[in-house]
Design a protein around this ligand. Structure first.
Ligand code: ATP
Length: 277
């Protein structure tokens, strides 16, 4: 009944070295790593343990990546689910999944729980008790509320469940139910911004380490000329460039491979036509 379960990474293997362009966020998140590595020290020192963090920002800019890096840096298990996986029509299924998720994370603490698209399960409740708004209070609404309430209960009980960090991510902060944002539930709200030109260059450098890039390629020109490109799109660019290079029999990615990859990701593959062989 409690399927699907969270995907668990023993340790994610991701580190802060894999994340670029959002240094201010990473700086703030270091404290969570210190905590996860030694929760007892925080306890001994009388420091209130951090428990909830909300990451907010546009898609593809590294929210999931940075959450994984926290677990990876601390070497603790990472329990990941998407908000949409809690949305069910049958009343009680979503809340059972929440209970199950927190229970498993607590057994294996210290650990990190990550819920992506948290807005899907924590949408602002609107006018439920106001009949004049004509708001339909149906089974799906009831289920969603039960699930959200269960999440709030788990977050409120966190002081006793020391050693577990809860991270939620959203690109629609405006949709979140205010109850979730009340003090004590998330101690930190951190904005994960789209990268600027320097950030884009740093992201390209991180991903260039994973492919075979010719030293003649000037990554900074791409960083400058691709405004609005997210980390996800830049990572995709280097993968695409590597594919183009292989098709052309190049031993490493050349500037021309990069240019074609940019074109393919900008206008789509059909119009560019890559010569094979
Ligand atoms: P979504 O809201 O769509 O879930 P997200 O913000 O969680 O997006 P990620 O899933 O973390 O984005 O990013 C997808 C991939 O893009 C990452 O696995 C990574 O390869 C690359 N990427 C995104 N942002 C960064 C970044 N700041 N530094 C390095 N790589 C990045």
């Amino acid at each position: 009944q409690s399927k699907p379960q969270a995907r668990v990474d023993g340790s994610t293997g991701v580190s802060f070295g894999d994340v670029a362009g959002i240094e201010d966020a990473v700086e703030e998140l270091q404290e969570l790593v210190r905590y996860l590595k030694n929760p007892e020290l925080f306890d001994k020192m009388g420091i209130k343990p951090p428990h909830g963090v909300l990451l907010e920002g546009p898609p593809g800019c590294g929210k999931t990546l940075v959450a994984k890096a926290i677990a990876g840096e601390a070497g603790v298990p990472f329990y990941q689910m998407a908000g949409s996986e809690f949305v069910e029509v049958l009343v009680g299924v979503g809340s059972a999944r929440i209970r199950d998720l927190f229970k498993r994370a607590k057994v294996n603490k210290p650990s990190v729980i990550f819920i992506d698209e948290i807005d899907a399960l924590a949408t602002r409740r609107q006018g439920i008790y106001n009949k004049s708004t004509n708001y339909l209070y149906n089974a799906a609404t009831q289920e969603r509320e039960t699930t959200l309430n269960q999440l709030l209960i788990e977050l409120d009980g966190f002081d006793t469940g020391k050693g577990v960090i809860f991270i939620g991510a959203t690109n629609r902060m405006d949709l979140l139910d205010p109850a979730l944002l009340r003090p004590g539930r998330f101690d930190r709200k951190i904005r994960i911004r789209a990268p600027n030109a320097k950030g884009r260059l740093d992201i390209l450098k991180v991903h260039a380490r994973k492919v075979k890039m010719s030293p003649t390629v000037d990554l900074s020109s791409y960083a400058l000329n691709l405004p609005g490109w997210t980390g996800a799109k830049l990572a995709q660019l280097l993968q695409e460039a590597a594919l183009v290079a292989v098709r052309r029999g190049h031993e490493s990615i050349l500037q021309s491979d990069m240019d074609d990859a940019v074109d393919r990701l900008t206008v789509g593959p059909k119009r560019v036509g890559i010569e094979l062989g």
